[in-house]
Write a protein that binds this ligand. Sequence first.
Ligand SMILES: *Cc1c(COP(=O)(O)O)cnc(C)c1O
Length: 403
Amino acid sequence: METRQLSSADLIRLAETYSAHNYHPLPVVLSRGEGVWVWDVEGKKFMDMLSSYSALNQGHLHPAIIKAASEQMGKLTLTSRAFHNDRFGAFCELICKVAGQESVLLMNAGAEAVETAVKAARKWGYKVKGVPADKAEIIVCRNNFHGRTTTIVGFSSEDQYRDGFGPFAAGFKMIPYDDIEALRNAITPNTVAFLVEPIQGEAGIIVPADGYLKQASEILKANNVLLMLDEIQTGLGRTGKLFCYEYEGVKPDILIVGKALGGGVFPVSAMLSGKEVMDVFTPGDHGSTFGGNPLACAIGIAALNVIVDEDLPRKAEETGRYFMGKLARIESPHIKEIRGKGLLVGVEMKESSGTARPFCEHLMELGILAKETHHQVIRFAPPLVISKSEIDWALERIAKVLR
Ligand SMILES: *Cc1c(COP(=O)(O)O)cnc(C)c1O
């Protein structure tokens, strides 16, 4: 078919006619991006303060990432893991060194890396810990978000994520988030892992008490249970550290990353761990046709290098502190609470002011793209490359909407 120059309204109509209705997007149709900015098909400019749920920490079209992707696209893009490719080893080494882990298993979407971690923890439980066959238990938290596969939604506490999709996999035990006693009480001899987000993103930027992960880590260690951290959203600089767990001085036994690992270009995810866990996998146990493909590896290398070379964690820490400080000074009758770390910031609106959605729609009219999460919370998570003057530009408009 020829490409037609269609208006935003036409394009939205097409999407609504032919696409599954599994999302409720803001009514804006984007066709170009650069850094923190995106443009719609009519040429109107917006600031992207969602960053595709933290998959764009490096900003749109980061030149180094686009260059690496374009060069690789001219050479080799896919081999499958039936053969080696010349970018794979280098990416595996880089991500292990950056994350301080011994071994990595590359996947594509975040949910696949979570599934990989679930499989690794269970098999470790049977082969190393000595849990009886099919008895492995994994502890998860209420209001978690780990993805959308049937196994993962099976241990969600969100009714809508589950409704109509059962029956679900067994072997998961749910406890309240940020509750050390509940964790202690939930552990049995068959517990293999505790799967947790250092900050619950989709739940509305829920930041646990200082020391939560530290205490959890000690209890787990004492019981020979793996700490399995989902840093898909919080990792790679977003919260002001390369990984959010660094605030607590803990080290995960299994680390799950995704989103910004693909530099805003391509889905790249990974499960990392020590050899004791990773070596439970033998050829044929697990796999992915696209996982670890040369294009993904080239992009992943560039994506990680940008985060490290441009010191994006420190930038996020500084800019985030400035942003939250200014937000707190906005006099608004609607704000219940402002919380977050680095550039992962949630503004919770009072129930009496209605849901966050109309505030997001108003922000959009003023040129800021942000999205509500969990009805009452506006999430602000701009690319980490955002400058102070760009933050000021946003604050001016945010203040207008929140007053
Ligand atoms: C986005 C996200 C996932 C799922 O990643 P997908 O790439 O959408 O499958 C899992 N965990 C967390 C914490 C996330 O934010």
